[in-house]
Write a protein of this length. Sequence first.
Length: 274
Amino acid sequence: MRERLGRWRVAMLLALTSTLTLAAFGNTLRAGFVYDDVWTIAHNEHLDSPLGSLLLASWRGEAKRLRIPDATRPAMVASTWIDRRLFGVHLWGYHAHSLGLHAITSTFAGLAVFAFTRRLRLAALAAVLFTTAPLHAEVVAAVSNREDLIAALGVLGALTLLFWPPQRDATGTASRGCTAGAVGLAASFWLIGLAAKESAIVLVPLAAAAWNCHRRRRRLIGEREPMLLALLSVGMIWANWRAGLRFGADDIPTVYGMGIAERLGRAARYEVWA
């Protein structure tokens, strides 16, 4: 039996993830800055500049020369710039922002599962597991790691809209295609996710894998063609921008070259620790 997800159930899901977020990570409201928060936020004098100038510097590839932290992640810069304006030196506000973002992202994890399975209980379980996963402690506690939350929200939001069940009219006939609003929203989700962290590119293999397992995959492409074209355009724009920044303007640290054996060993060690 296929189930429906009304607005009140979405609200209940958000209330559930918000409650679990506070229960699991609420103690971060009393925390200070940790890890890279000190140099990317606390001592980042660029956050006192106009937001437009920061985003323009990032777009033009000048952010690294100006020593702006997160030079190639403008969505993260905008996020912390807003925090500086709203909360100043009150650190609880920065952490409250991260907590709220985690609750919303966890809600979209449940919505994405519902979009694919049409199962309410499975969607709720996915939201609960995503909310309380100990692996997410770092991205919630460290404000500088909020970029992972924004990227995840971008991916999950786009996936939710891409696989959301088609609306039906009074006769029960499913609508063909998708609305312009849904197309624009899906493209915006992924654009913001990519602008927060490069890992949002994972939308491509995730969407491909989900499509391959979808029971209506033959009709899905035709119904979602405008959305797919919009997402493709976003991906091309971002890839073209990142390619232009790759040489000389990228502030992402890279590790020294290592062999396949060392890579596998380090990956296995990380998974054991996790």
